[in-house]
Every structure is written in C-alpha cells, then in structure tokens.
Design a protein around this ligand. Structure first.
Ligand SMILES: [Zn+2]
Length: 84
C-alpha cells in the first residue's frame, strides 16, 4: 500500500456527502469472505489469503472514492505547509 497518500487529499474542501455515497456504493460490491468471517478456529491460517483479498478490496474502495471525490493538493501547496 505504498501508493496510499491520503494526507495529500484536501479533505476540508471535499464534498463529503458525495464521498460517502460513492464509498458506500463501492463497499457494497466487495465480496464478503463468509467462511473466513465465520471461522472460529484459533490461529487459523487457512483463510489468510481470503482475508488479505478482503482487506485489499476495502482499501481500494477508499482510495477510489477519495480519488473520485476529493481534490489532491499539488506538490507546491504541500511544500508551503505552515508546519514546515
Ligand atoms: Zn479460518
């Protein structure tokens, strides 16, 4: 997930209603690994691949929704951040 740059997004200027709608819709298409979610086996390793895929799908939803609905700061704006 090295490409995850959420801090560069201008969340204070974002349309959060739109972001929420887009994100909810995207998440509704994520396949639930039912077997893995219901597994009660202690230290189970069998569902690792399923859970990893599930996690990756969710992260992709967040990234796609942010990319679609939230403006990104340009490099120049990041460089003049008052904190630096
Ligand atoms: Zn399991």
């Amino acid at each position: 997930m090295s490409e995850c740059n959420l801090s560069k997004y201008l969340w204070d200027k974002a349309n959060l209603e739109l972001y929420r709608d887009v994100l909810c819709k995207a998440l509704s298409y994520v396949n639930l690994p039912i077997d893995a979610l219901l597994c009660k086996e202690h230290d189970c390793q069998r569902h690792n691949a399923q859970l990893k895929l599930y996690y990756t799908d969710i992260v992709k939803c967040f990234q796609a929704a942010a990319a679609e609905c939230v403006c990104k700061a340009r490099t120049a704006e990041i460089l003049v951040d008052p904190g630096t």
